[in-house]
Design a protein around this ligand. Sequence first.
Ligand code: SF4
Ligand code: SF4
Length: 433
Amino acid sequence: MSKSLEEIFNFQETADDCVKCGKCIPVCTIHQVNPDEVTSPRGFIDLLAQYQQGNLELDKNAKNIFESCFLCTNCVEVCPNDLATDMVIEEVRADIADKFGIAWFKRIAFYLLEHRKVMDVVMKFGFMFKTCAVAEDDKGRGLRARFSMPMVKKGRLLPSMSKVSFLNSQPEEILAPKQEEKNMRVALFIGCLANYNYVNIGDSLVDILKELNIDIFIPKDQLCCGAPAYFTGAVDSVERMTKANIEYFESFMDDCDAMLIPEATCSAMIKHDWQVFFKNHNMPEWEARAKKVTEKIHMATAWLDDNTELQNILKTRGTFDESVTYHDPCHARKVQGIYEQPRNLLAANYPMVEMSEPNRCCGFGGVTMQTEKFHFAEAAGKPKAAMIKNTKAHYVSAECSACKVQLSEAMNHAEVETIFKNPVELIAEALKK
Ligand code: SF4
Ligand code: SF4
């Protein structure tokens, strides 16, 4: 990031730096599905300058416009002046939340994400009574809504649910046999979707680390990374969750070689947005603590490929006929520069086939996009489902459960047969070969 946060969050300064070249327009996810200048990076930046000058009221129309950004960072990648449109949008969303409040269902969701024990009970009840409202998808891709509910159309594919969460099903410590050199010890941060909905991701990562003879520590009191609240502008929730996590991580991080996250969004939130949040809210002590505690935190495939013998071990195992196409989550490739390592590992056992635009946003877009603005998410998912279909791949893989939710539904809608799996799931299967 070449500009300081003070410069970025001075909306007028950002607008002055925009040379109106339009390079961001064709790659902008919202502009692709709603081709209007006001819903483009250039348009957002202009409107924000007007807002800062007092010429634009933050009314329902402005709220509607600023909530339509997918925060995909496609624009940042191509902008010749590195203008961080996503960050200024995140910033104005806090003002929107301040003025309009946060919708009741998002408040409940953020409360549950902050209170793991209550969430555990709610998810248990949800699992028991799920058959009333949803049915298992016949391809095992998730749950299908039996009837239309508020913000969920009949037939829409929703994330699957597990009887017991990942954190409640695994022991806190899993020790490997003692090696000649001191065993490595790795902590896991699992993310909420992988904890409650897609538990096979965490189980697979545990299997991989066992195969590598690495001691595993599963910190049971970890909370949500805060990403859903951050992208919605729920500042209070973000502050509570990030501070609680930092204090907790500090209590064990010195005894770990790394902390792994098999989720791009959680990893980007923790490694990038935590520091931005504290800097922007003038909490320098917490900013420094966030910086220090996240030094050993990595996306799972990146750390495994860069620091272990996993790739060589995989090459000693058999190969599969089923091909894989890899989708680059925005929060992995664009925010963290991670795209080679998951491909390196998967290519050891699976035929790889690239889709036409692996770096194009899947269209998940966050809580608001998946609920109040789902028509935009649906439209953004269509081209992605089509390019996956064209590859004829058996699996589409991405290290991100938000991409899994979005792509599974997009493929369900377009009747694409390809199955989504996180790369750690495919790697764990290859190790059993
Ligand atoms: S973050 Fe994505 S959706 Fe938002 S303005 Fe940039 S390209 Fe468009
Ligand atoms: S690419 Fe950057 S400088 Fe060019 S119009 Fe978009 S925001 Fe402005």
